[in-house]
Design a protein around this ligand. Structure first.
Ligand code: PMP
Ligand code: GLN
Length: 386
């Protein structure tokens, strides 16, 4: 095959995702997996039954419509109205995707030219770097720093150049748990309007906010026509394997994203779309109970990690806790996470892999708390032995 590398230059260095690596390590060592963010309890039984019914009734077993089944697009539009006060036309302003992951890929592939600069909150969720690279664009990190991880808005202004095309936001933010507040969003929106930038906002943890509230940037003045909002059923309904996500945006933006989406997957899993349409219409009590349950788990894990000697940065949202391992006499999160399974039978994620500048995240390690209480208690007891 000659000497030319098989993997092209754009993907160079992206290797295997940390989530796959760490989940494999957990399986191989029989460790408790507090790495990859997936619940160990499935979502509501009636929603699982809705999916099974759709399969058995022959709904969605053949290619569903490219933009998503009308029932789900309608339900997404209703959900945006109900929780965010945002009105979207289900026919032209909603697009169903194969998880938020495909929505991110399609949005970036559709909206970017090679050489465009994308400013993203660092640490970034790993698929952002990969998708920006696949689009031939350039990522420009706005680094969030401990202890509060709040964005430096003067720095953001300074990062904008004539080549900046797009701001890639994520709030609630994985892995730090930051939730952008109303003032921060207003400042970001004002910069986007002033410099005529597009905004892609990943809001998959929109229902997991423990302090403050989730504010959609799309609702701010001048933002509707320039914002692509992305969410997904995986986290909100505890069915991460279903991979049903969606985009809401003004019609020209949805048309652009749809153009890329139709050549990525063409369509997304049919029967699950019927089930997610039902899930989105669950009563407010579902969403409140889900949040309350995870808040209890957050507090349990945060207290346990602190007692074990970690410095804990309590998250405002998501189901992740970022910690600093320095007080344990440790320096390197990657090394720490590689050896943690053999030391105490727990798997975590090193935040360094989410940074361009690995020094910025070196001592930070992320734990998820979307696990059963007894699993979290056992993990805490194991961690307290290190
Ligand atoms: N964005 C963020 C910030 C995430 O943490 C995840 C993982 N759920 C995704 C996107 C991917 O979502 P999905 O599983 O719906 O593709
Ligand atoms: N979003 C999940 C996390 O951050 C993982 C998703 C994935 O494995 N790509 O843990």
């Amino acid at each position: 095959m000659g000497t030319r590398p098989l993997l092209n230059r754009r993907l160079h260095g992206l290797g295997t995702t940390i989530f796959a690596e760490m989940s494999a390590l957990a399986a191989a060592t029989g460790s408790i997996n507090l790495g990859q963010g997936f619940p160990d309890t499935d979502g509501p039984r009636e929603i699982a039954e809705a999916a099974a019914r759709a399969v058995l009734d022959g709904r969605g077993n053949q290619y569903p419509p490219g933009p998503g089944i009308p029932e789900l697009r309608q339900a997404v539009a209703e959900h945006q109205q109900r929780f965010r006060g945002l009105a979207y036309d289900p026919d032209t302003e909603v697009l169903v995707t194969a998880g938020a992951t495909e929505a991110i890929a399609a949005a970036l592939l559709a909206l970017l030219e090679p050489g465009d600069e994308v400013i993203a909150l660092e640490p970034f969720y790993d698929s952002y770097a990969a998708c920006i690279a696949m689009a031939g664009a350039v990522r420009v990190p706005l680094t969030l720093r401990a202890p509060d991880f709040r964005p430096d808005l003067d720095r953001l202004r300074a990062l904008i150049t004539p080549r900046t095309r797009l701001l890639l936001l994520n709030s609630p933010h994985n892995p730090t748990g930051l939730v952008l507040n109303a003032e921060e969003l207003a400042a970001v929106a004002a910069l986007a309007v002033e410099h005529d930038l597009l905004v892609v906002t990943d809001e998959v943890y929109e229902h997991l906010v423990f302090a403050g509230a989730h504010h959609p940037i799309a609702a701010l003045p001048g933002m509707r026509e320039r914002t692509v909002s992305i969410s997904s059923a995986g986290k909100t309904f505890s069915f991460t394997g279903w991979k049903v996500g969606w985009v809401t945006a003004a019609a020209p933006l949805v048309a652009a994203v749809r153009t890329a989406k139709q050549y990525l997957t063409y369509v997304s899993a049919g029967p699950f779309q019927y089930a997610v349409a039902e899930a989105l219409r669950l009563p407010d009590g579902y969403y409140a109970d889900f949040r309350a349950d995870l808040l209890r788990k957050r507090d349990l894990l945060a207290a346990g990690l602190a007692a074990a000697g970690f410095r804990v940065f309590n998250p405002e949202g998501t189901y992740f806790i970022t910690t600093d391992i320095t007080p344990l006499g440790e320096k390197d999160g990657i090394e720490f996470c590689r050896t943690l399974p053999e030391r105490c039978g727990v798997v975590a994620i090193p935040n360094a892999v989410f940074y361009d500048d690995p020094d910025a995240g070196r001592p930070l390690v992320r734990f998820t708390f979307c696990k059963r209480v007894e699993v979290l208690e056992e993990a805490v007891s194991r961690l307290s032995r290190i």
